[in-house]
Structures are given as C-alpha cells and as structure tokens.
Write a protein that binds this ligand. Structure first.
Ligand SMILES: CC(C)(COP(=O)(O)OP(=O)(O)OC[C@H]1O[C@@H](n2cnc3c(N)ncnc32)[C@H](O)[C@@H]1OP(=O)(O)O)[C@@H](O)C(=O)NCCC(=O)NCCS
Length: 225
C-alpha cells in the first residue's frame, strides 16, 4: 500500500505474467444478496472468495490476500467496504471500488473518515470502468448512510489517471498530507452536497439488499435498514 488510497496492482509477484484472458470463476452465490449493477458492471462485496481472482487481476498475491481479508472485516463490522468489480457479461474480475474507514496512519485523513480508492486490471483501463464503478459505490454509500464526506489520497508523481478519475467523480483538493508509508500526497474530498448537486439523479444502477453493520463503532446513521 502507499501511493494512493486503494491498492497498487503494479508490483510484480507470482502473478506478474501479463494476463489477457479472463480466467475468473463466476462469483458464488452471495449469501447477503448484496450487489450493485451499472450498465456494464456488477459490484459485489469483496471477500476472501475473491482472493485468486484479485491476484490474477492485480498480479499481486500478497495484496490480494491482505485486501480480501481486510474487506471481510470491513463489511462485517461496518456494513460497507471494498467492492469487487466484475464485468456484467462474463463475470471477469476487473478491479476494486473501495470505500472503507481510513483508520490510523494517514496524515491528512482522520481515522474515522471514509477513504475511497480504485484500481482496474491493466488491460481494461481507460474505458471508464473505475469511474463507472466508483459512481455506483459512492451513490450507494451516500444513499444508505448520513456520511457527509468521502476522502481519497493520491501520492505525488505520475498518477495522472487516478487524479483524472478523482476529478471526474467530483473530488476536490483539501490539502497536503502523507500516506501510510510516509509518502507526500494530496488529500481529496467529496462532500455529499457536492455529489448531490453534480448528480441530482441516481446513476443507472440497481441495488439489491445490503447488510446491516455488525460492529459497534459506526459513528454515522444508517438509512432504511
Ligand atoms: C487509476 C485507474 C484505477 C483508472 O482506471 P480506469 O478504469 O482506466 O479509469 P477511467 O477510464 O474511468 O478514467 C481514466 C482517466 O484517466 C485518463 N488518463 C489515463 N492515463 C493518463 C495519463 N497518463 N495522463 C492523463 N490522463 C490519463 C484517461 O484518459 C481517463 O480520462 P478521460 O475519461 O477524461 O479520458 C487505473 O489506471 C489503475 O488501476 N491504475 C493503477 C492503480 C492506481 O493508480 N490506483 C489509484 C490509487 S488512488
């Protein structure tokens, strides 16, 4: 982790050969019945069942293990978390649309703020997938909770694509900070009011039932549960 909110699928590992063909198994039945659908995508809560698909798509087995285990806890305790993004047609695992509690270790984002992050498998980039997936995830969170701001951070350097995604989603700069590895970065925020002003109607998505948070630490209100 380090350069941005979310994960960094660029590092090599056991899966460092270039993929190309989608080898994802179709996702198993989701016991919670939780999913979001957009025109091209299906989003399901990321779980440990996604570990091998994540590793293939990110080409990083260690990140896949860490991220899927953390996602299990995040979803169970808070009722929201990272989404696995799949192609609606063939169920290929395309990347992640993350929303989670920031936790400790980021200078510029408080531990109880919501942190967004996004990544897309290399051979499917620049086709609007990260933006389409994050629009659905953000809309879902703002619809279900009274969370008033979502944050993200992007490290200095050549990160034009994530900066462009942040801009397309309506994030604006809050200030400077340091990421989890101490790297200098820029903090972005997306207030609920800005989101609603820019997108007065819901994106074309279909949301089925969503889980209730099980943990005691939620500091925001949940709607419609
Ligand atoms: C960042 C990332 C998630 C974007 O995913 P994506 O599905 O390609 O995103 P989108 O297609 O919705 O948008 C990408 C935008 O960046 C633009 N872009 C891509 N490379 C760029 C570059 N080098 N310079 C400027 N703009 C660039 C694209 O043109 C597009 O903008 P447009 O729609 O205005 O044309 C993907 O590149 C990725 O996974 N990168 C590696 C991981 C990462 O950096 N994650 C972000 C952590 S914060």
């Amino acid at each position: 982790m380090g350069r941005c909110s979310g994960m960094s699928p660029e590092r090599g590992g056991p899966y460092s050969e270039r993929g190309g063909r989608c080898e994802s198994d179709p996702p198993g039945p989701d016991p919670e019945g939780t999913s979001l659908r957009t025109a091209r995508l299906r989003l399901l809560p990321l779980t440990s069942r996604d570990e091998s698909d994540h590793a293939r798509a990110s080409r990083n087995a260690a990140d896949a293990l860490r991220d899927t285990r953390a996602a299990d806890v995040q979803w169970r305790e808070h009722g929201f978390g990272p989404w696995a993004v799949r192609d609606k047609q063939d169920s290929c695992f395309l990347g992640c649309a993350e929303l989670r509690l920031a936790g400790d270790g980021i200078e510029g984002i408080a531990p109880d703020e919501i942190e967004a992050g996004w990544w897309v498998t290399e051979d499917r980039r620049n086709d609007g997938i990260a933006t389409e997936a994050m629009e659905a995830a953000i809309h879902d969170l703002f619809s279900r909770t009274d969370v008033d701001t979502i944050t993200a951070y992007i490290s200095d350097g050549e990160n034009e694509a994530p900066r462009r995604v942040a801009a397309k989603l309506g994030f604006s700069v809050r200030g400077r900070g340091h990421g989890r590895s101490g790297e200098p970065m820029t903090v972005y925020t997306l207030p609920r009011d800005d989101w609603l002003r820019q997108r007065p109607s819901a994106p074309a998505l279909l949301s089925t039932t969503v889980p209730k948070p099980m943990g005691p630490s939620s500091t925001w209100l949940w709607r419609g549960l």
